[in-house]
Design a protein around this ligand. Structure first.
Ligand code: HEC
Length: 174
């Protein structure tokens, strides 16, 4: 069921947000929708271009050697809220970009503004594109369904990840 597409939008969204942040690991409670996960995977690969720094499998084996070394997202300890926050706001004093267009314009991220960012030795790069909240939620669905806590990539997981035996999986011994 796609709760997000119900029409009572803001109220429903607020209730859902509270419900899903209630547990210690909010990510275990939300039933993930396969279509959302597929959309999130596409956003991760294309619009967000996350794999240039994090690798297609999220394991930190980046696909572009010129890009900064992204964290291994398969090993992350962040829960859903932490993942969403990091994608929206980036990570201060690191090369993880902020994908929310207004991240540092109104104090919504860590209470900081553009001017504050200048005081960090490592500057966040600009994101390849900015993302809407809905897109960030979809990417997070994908991360939780297919990346976070899934252990190192291997042949079986690769085939499952792509949905079939593909060329990229050849590097992993069967
Ligand atoms: C320009 C390179 C770059 C891009 C593009 C990028 N990241 Fe990152 N990301 C990083 C780096 C570097 C870190 C580690 C930051 C630090 O030092 O804490 C990181 C950290 C993270 C973390 C925190 C992991 C943890 O356990 O603390 C998450 C989650 C994350 N990235 C998700 C994403 C997603 C999703 C995208 C695409 C929408 C993305 N990143 C795009 C470079 C990048």
């Amino acid at each position: 069921m796609r709760l997000r597409s119900l029409s009572g939008a803001p109220v429903a969204a607020a209730i859902i947000a509270v419900a899903f942040s209630a547990g210690a690991q909010g990510q275990d409670q939300k039933p993930l929708d396969a279509a959302d996960v597929a959309d999130g995977m596409r956003l991760y690969q294309q619009k967000g271009n996350c794999q240039t720094c994090h690798g297609w499998a999220g394991d930190g084996r980046k696909t572009d050697s010129q890009m900064p070394d992204g964290a291994n997202l398969r090993d992350t300890k962040l829960n859903r809220a932490g993942l969403v926050l990091t994608i929206k706001c980036g990570r201060l004093n690191s090369q993880m970009p902020a994908f929310d267009k207004f991240a540092y314009s109104d104090g919504r991220c860590y209470g900081k503004t553009q001017a504050d960012l200048k005081s960090y030795p490592t500057r966040m790069p600009d994101p390849p594109a900015t993302l809407q909240q809905r897109e960030i939620d979809l990417i997070t669905d994908f991360l939780i369904a297919k990346i976070v806590g899934k252990g190192p990539m291997n042949h079986a997981k690769c085939v499952e990840f792509w949905g079939s035996e593909t060329d990229v999986c050849k590097e992993f011994p069967k």
